[in-house]
Ligand binder design. Structure first.
Ligand SMILES: Cc1cc2nc3c(=O)[nH]c(=O)nc-3n(C[C@H](O)[C@H](O)[C@H](O)COP(=O)(O)OP(=O)(O)OC[C@H]3O[C@@H](n4cnc5c(N)ncnc54)[C@H](O)[C@@H]3O)c2cc1C
Ligand code: FES
Length: 299
């Protein structure tokens, strides 16, 4: 229920929101979650896989303050609703969430194939929802890939295969060359399927992808970060919090929105030093970009 009584913002199916939660011990965290409801519903739904600090707290009654701050929508992971090319949606695990919003959207009347990869039969979330969509849409097909044990039971109108989703599996069932392809999952899954599609002649212009995890920072080493105006000095480490998180932890005000490099709200000029990903004028996105040398910001 929006406590400010404002109407829900409009969004496109496939977009995500940034959620700020305060844990019972007062710690504040922000994470991104795809919207899994449709644009026609009065409530905004997110669907969370309990994995780490925030996701487990969101799934545990009493673990967070009753009011959560939701900002957005963000992202370009949305299909053109009227194009007639087949939409091939490929996901791993909780990466299914943006596709639930697309499947529930009455405006999207394109033929759809869903490829959904899970570890075990017990990990199949939203089976009922997928089956409801199969009954409602003549032009929707669903294929389930199980990397662990294939379930004994049969699923109505859902093909079940053992193994991972790869380019051969996609080509066996869908004419990928004439389709628009959307991929959502871990960084390695998204990268390998994208590479397979491009090697098979699919144009990059017809592939949209979104990853829920962080990219590995290859070859980076710890660097010192200086905030000149606020006279703060701290260390950034490759597998630790982002530059944005560290700046905020120092109590220095910095704008932010999506926190995954999509909205540009955190754009900050590097005063001195080098940041991988900064543009030619030295402006970087501290939510995703990483220092290559010790760096100075004029904040
Ligand atoms: C655009 C976008 C959309 C997203 N949409 C969704 C969505 O719809 N649903 C969703 O669930 N997530 C989604 N995510 C991921 C989400 O933002 C969080 O990254 C996720 O919930 C993990 O945050 P956390 O605080 O729970 O984990 P953190 O504490 O930050 O930990 C990060 C990862 O470390 C691992 N980890 C942490 N603690 C443990 C532990 N004790 N044991 C084993 N592993 C551990 C987990 O794999 C965890 O995912 C999305 C991310 C992006 C960028
Ligand atoms: S907060 Fe959106 S790009 Fe950094």
């Amino acid at each position: 229920m929006p406590v400010d009584r404002e109407p829900l913002f409009t969004f496109a199916p496939g977009q995500f929101v940034s959620v700020e939660v305060t844990l019972a011990d007062g710690q504040v965290f922000q994470r991104s979650y795809s919207i899994s409801s449709s644009t026609f519903e009065e409530q905004l739904r997110i669907s969370v896989h309990a994995a780490g600090t925030v996701s487990r707290a969101l799934c545990t009654p009493g673990a967070i303050n009753n009011v959560i701050k939701v900002k957005g929508p963000y992202g370009q992971f949305s299909p053109n609703p009227v194009d007639q090319r087949r939409l091939v949606m490929v996901c791993g695990g909780i990466g299914v969430t943006p596709f639930l919003s697309i499947l529930r959207d009455k405006k999207i009347r394109r033929p759809i194939d869903l490829y959904y990869s899970v570890r075990n039969a017990d990990d199949i979330a939203f089976l009922n929802e997928i089956q409801t969509a199969l009954s409602a849409r003549d032009d929707f097909r669903a294929f389930l890939f199980v990397t662990g044990n294939v379930p004994d039971r049969k699923f109505d109108r859902i093909g079940v295969r053992r193994g991972r989703i790869d380019i051969d599996a996609l080509r066996d069932n869908s004419t990928v060359i004439d389709a628009d392809i959307m991929i959502c999952g871990s960084v390695p899954m998204v990268d390998s399927i994208k590479q397979g599609l491009i090697a098979s002649g699919v144009s990059a212009a017809h592939i949209l992808s979104e990853s829920f995890g962080k990219s590995e920072v290859v070859g980076a080493v710890p660097r010192m970060v200086h905030l000149v105006k606020s006279q703060k000095l701290f260390q950034w480490t490759p597998n630790g919090p982002s530059l944005l998180d560290l700046i905020e932890r120092e109590g220095v005000a910095i704008a932010s929105g999506c926190r995954v490099g999509q909205c540009g709200a955190c754009s900050t000029k590097v005063a001195s030093g080098s940041v991988v990903g900064a543009d030619s004028s030295g402006v970087c996105l501290p939510c995703i970009h990483v220092p290559q040398t010790d760096v100075y910001f004029d904040i």
